[in-house]
Design a binder for this molecule. Structure first.
Ligand code: ADP
Ligand code: ADP
Ligand code: MG
Length: 645
């Protein structure tokens, strides 16, 4: 067995590998880019080496630097994680040439499965059913079109070098073929530098069911199936094991086919054989076809670990160190049901756009497995995949596991960036999904219902206002109010629009909070707040943003009165009160000539004095307040007339 391994990856998978390696008593070396110097995987490792600039091409894809780091730190083996160099046979050759062990399959096995067309040909020979279609060498557009018509529409055009759902086009009718081909090729060229394509029969009501395999270079076993049909644009969103509706016959047939695939290429380590299944008529032992093999540990491997009790990373390390398969096929069995949901920093209403930001707060409920590479305070940077975490749950039945998933998602707290948490929550509560009606079109069909904006209740607004005012601990009440204004205070929350909220103290631990359209009774009782007799959710407030952890997290900007003061003084020459307060002093009089930036008045609000300045050069036309006046938010204070040009 090795004593030191290097993990050539970052984020959650690097942390995941370190955890197991640690438990096996191994020393762990992390590599990182300059952007990741303070990241969780670096903190977890025994030693860390900086390998370059943030862009992957300058760091995590620099095989030469990674190998040099392994040699310099005395590591004997390299775990590639997934993505980056994990399926790069050239890297495997370099690792081996340097006298190190690659924790994964041989370069030869990776090459054989690297291109979808060659892999399909190989699988056909091995007697594995493949998706009917054309995967020949003739790339002439006319020939491809002819093949498509032979296969019969709808067809799927796929980049042979494809991955991650890229370079793929569904063509419904012959008229769309030429355009679809051009688009698939263009995407394949930019993403993979190889525009060769294959054409497949498009399976209607498709289900994606894959089989986890594990080999020692000669023999292989399978660790049952995962259903990854819940996809958005061919990318997995929620995965589960076992597959709903799976029969013993079909499982045995798929498992045997997957083992045949792995043994045909002398597969060593963890791999996944992906099949497409026709779900239109239930699952049948003859209704599955090989799509591709992923020669690495897969993102969704934890659901398999949950139902089999196997630690796949431990197996990877042991087999790489020369041990034979840790157990035989008959020793493996399925216990219960597991789900995994991928939590991303992404803007769902904006079309699932990847988002960035600093995670002001990140918390997971205790009874889920949360695989994550970030902590509270860490940032989701634009350089890498915006995954925040994977939530994995396990239960005795599918229904119980799904309920745990729903509760786990509801109890997950993220502040500081937008996420797909509400979308995942909607999926976990989807009736069809609960009934096991899973196919790759489910999300697309129900997208509107799955991405509905949350209802912001008056209780949530009231809570956000209380937290934004820094008054969430009852002890803060006296301090908060006696120093400034005894009875009332206004906070302006912003979420699409400004929402002024007025907090009124009514007695010890009791307040009335006027939010747009309602007045909420807030009572502090039994150590927590109640808003209109509903218990408060948890919340987080920092850096001008408050997040209430209800409905998967509802965030508001807290309007900064100083910024607003500057805004209010600009533009049309009318200076408005940025918040309710008392006019301490007025420094100008009607007819006075002022320049932009000159002090006009001082307002006292929220325990501070705010200077209001002229937003333009001009003359004071009107002074609408005097020293000592109490003003409401938005009240006009001083009007300037712009200087004639
Ligand atoms: P597939 O969709 O091919 O079955 P996965 O869903 O396991 O495979 O992941 C697809 C690919 O997306 C991975 O091989 C990896 O390159 C990339 N990927 C997904 N999530 C991440 C992540 N958090 N960090 C880096 N790469 C990722
Ligand atoms: P990638 O390498 O991008 O993961 P795959 O070949 O694994 O590409 O296909 C990705 C997804 O596209 C599958 O999970 C499935 O949802 C869909 N898909 C692929 N082939 C077919 C097909 N022949 N019929 C229907 N859907 C398919
Ligand atoms: Mg795939």
């Amino acid at each position: 067995m090795f004593d030191t391994i290097l993990i050539a990856n970052r984020g959650e998978i690097a942390c995941r590998v370190i955890e197991t390696a640690r438990a096996m008593g191994l020393r762990c070396v992390a590599v990182h880019s300059t952007a990741d110097a303070a990241s969780k995987h670096v903190q977890m490792a025994d030693e860390a080496v900086c390998i370059g600039d943030p862009a992957p091409a300058d760091s995590y894809l620099r095989g030469d630097r990674i190998i040099a780091a392994a040699l310099a730190t005395g590591a004997q083996a390299i775990h590639p994680g997934y993505g980056f160099l994990s399926e790069n046979p050239g890297f495997v050759d370099q690792v081996t040439a340097a006298g190190l062990v690659f924790i994964g399959p041989s370069a030869d096995a990776i090459r054989k499965m690297g291109l979808k067309d060659a892999a399909k040909a190989l699988m056909e020979q091995a007697g594995v059913p493949v998706v009917p279609g054309y995967h020949g060498a003739d790339q002439d557009p006319g020939h491809l079109e002819l093949e498509a018509s032979k296969i019969g529409y709808p067809v799927l055009i796929k980049a042979v070098a494809g991955g991650g759902g890229k370079g793929m086009r569904l063509v419904e009718r012959p008229e769309g073929f030429v355009d679809g081909l051009e688009r698939a090729k263009a995407e394949a060229r930019t993403s993979f530098g190889n525009d060769a394509v294959l054409i497949e029969k498009y399976v209607t009501q498709p289900r994606h069911i894959e089989v986890q395999v594990f080999g020692d270079g000669t023999r292989a076993v399978h660790l049952f199936e995962r259903d990854c049909s819940l996809q958005r644009r061919h990318q997995k969103v929620i995965e589960e094991a076992p597959a709903p509706g799976m029969t013993e016959d079909m499982r045995a047939a798929m498992g045997a086919a997957a083992v045949r695939a792995a043994e045909a290429i002398g597969y060593k380590g963890a791999g996944t054989v992906e099949f497409i299944v026709d779900g239109s008529n239930g699952l049948r032992a003859d209704g599955f076809w090989f799509m591709e093999m992923n020669t690495r540990l897969q993102v969704e491997h934890p659901v398999t670990e949950a139902i089999t009790g196997v630690d796949l990373v431990e197996w990877q390390i042991r087999v790489a160190a020369g041990e034979s398969l840790p157990c035989a096929q008959e020793d493996l069995s399925i216990t219960g049901h597991a789900f995994e949901a991928r939590l991303y920093a992404e803007d769902v209403p904006a079309g699932f756009l990847p988002a960035t930001g600093r995670l002001a707060h990140l918390g997971f409920p205790a009874d889920v497995r949360a695989d994550s590479g970030v902590r509270s305070g860490d940032s989701i940077s634009p350089f890498y995949d915006p995954m925040i975490a994977k939530l994995i749950v396990h239960g005795p039945t599918r229904a119980v596991a799904l309920q745990k998933l729903a509760r786990g998602l509801a109890g997950t707290q993220v502040a500081g960036t937008v996420t797909n948490l509400a979308f995942l929550g909607a999926l976990a509560g989807h009736k069809g999904f609960a009934a096991g009606e899973v196919d790759t079109g489910l999300i697309g069909r129900d997208l509107a219902g799955l991405t509905e904006a949350p209802v912001v209740t008056s209780a949530v607004l009231a809570q956000a206002a209380l937290w934004a005012a820094g008054l969430e601990t009852p002890g803060a009440w006296d301090r908060g109010f006696t120093l400034w204004q005894p009875l009332e205070r206004t906070v302006v929350l912003h979420r699409g629009e400004d929402m002024p909220c007025v907090l009124r103290i009514m007695g010890p631990g009791r307040a009335e909070i006027a939010v747009p359209g309602a007045v909420v009774q807030a009572v502090h009782r039994g150590g927590r707040w109640w808003f209109d007799d509903q218990p408060a959710a948890q919340a987080h407030c920092a850096g001008g943003r408050v997040t209430v952890f209800a409905s998967y997290g509802i965030g508001f900007d807290v309007v900064d009165p100083l910024e607003r003061a500057a805004e209010a003084a600009g533009g049309d020459g009318l200076t408005l009160a940025p918040m309710p307060g008392r006019v301490v002093s007025v420094h100008v009089h009607a007819g006075q000539v002022v320049q932009a930036g000159d002090r006009l008045a001082v307002l006292e609000a929220m325990k501070m004095e705010h200077t209001l300045v002229a937003g333009l050069d001009g003359t004071v036309a009107e002074v609408l307040v005097k020293d000592g006046d109490q003003v409401e938010a938005g009240a006009p204070l001083i009007r300037l007339e712009e200087e004639e040009a």
